[in-house]
Write a protein that binds this ligand. Structure first.
Ligand code: E4P
Length: 225
């Protein structure tokens, strides 16, 4: 399973990248606005900087909702860097645009997926990724993981090449469950990725090993020399 980070914050992207496990980055208009990125030039420059930091798939979202402008916007985004994946919302015009991008060699990530039917349409249009929003589904009183499982089953039965990108991750457990259920990718805030590192027994075990290592100071000295 690939790991993407879900942020436009350069320091967090760098921290995840330095861990050596990062395969890509997803952004959205809310995450870009949070970083104070405004205007076409600044937006394009920000995506370029992210592409230079991380050699992987970088999702850049269109800000328009009709076919012609989505296509124009997506072409410009795709021209920024070969690793850009154009992120398109799950709407009728978006599905048409995904098909156009597919036919013209531009990879897409279909965002705001909340049902298996939406995932099927995006896959049929040739999206490289579908992004079911797990956390937001949980917030609405359903279980986002049931959707991941359902889409994974359908894509396997149908042989769709589209990758399932579990999005709107809120906890380390979301990442573990997504891996169990067959998501190809997760996109997560840095906090949940780092939380995977943690276990109290690891901390207790390490403290004991470090304490006992003092009893073998001769060996430690040997290693120093
Ligand atoms: C997906 O690509 C979105 O950027 C993201 O995961 C949305 O998550 P949220 O529900 O935390 O805003």
């Amino acid at each position: 399973m690939k790991f993407f980070i879900d942020t436009a914050n350069l320091a967090q992207i760098k921290e995840a990248h330095d861990l050596g496990i990062l395969d890509g980055v997803t952004t959205n208009p809310s995450l870009m606005a949070k970083e104070g990125i405004r205007g076409e030039e600044a937006i394009n420059q920000h995506y370029k900087t992210i592409c230079e930091l991380v050699d992987g798939d970088i999702s850049a979202e269109v800000l328009t909702t009709d076919f012609n402008t989505i296509v124009e916007e997506g072409k410009k985004l795709a021209a920024i860097h070969p690793n850009i994946v154009v992120k398109v919302p799950m709407i009728k015009e978006g599905v048409r645009a995904i098909k156009w991008f597919t036919d013209n060699g531009i990879r897409t990530n279909c965002t705001l997926i909340f049902s298996a039917g939406q995932a099927i349409l995006a896959a049929k249009a040739g999206a490289a990724f579908v992004s079911p929003f797990i956390g937001r589904i949980d917030d609405s009183g359903w279980d986002g993981m049931i959707l991941i499982e359902q889409i994974a089953n359908i894509f396997e039965v149908q042989g769709y090449k589209t990758e399932i990108l579990a999005a709107s991750i809120r906890s380390p457990n979301h990442i573990i469950r997504a891996a169990e259920l067959g998501a190809h990718v997760i996109t997560s805030p840095l906090e949940s990725i780092l939380a995977l590192l943690k276990h109290p027994l690891t901390d207790i075990g390490l403290a004991k090993f470090l304490e006992d290592s003092k009893k073998m100071s001769l060996v430690v000295e040997d290693i120093k020399q």
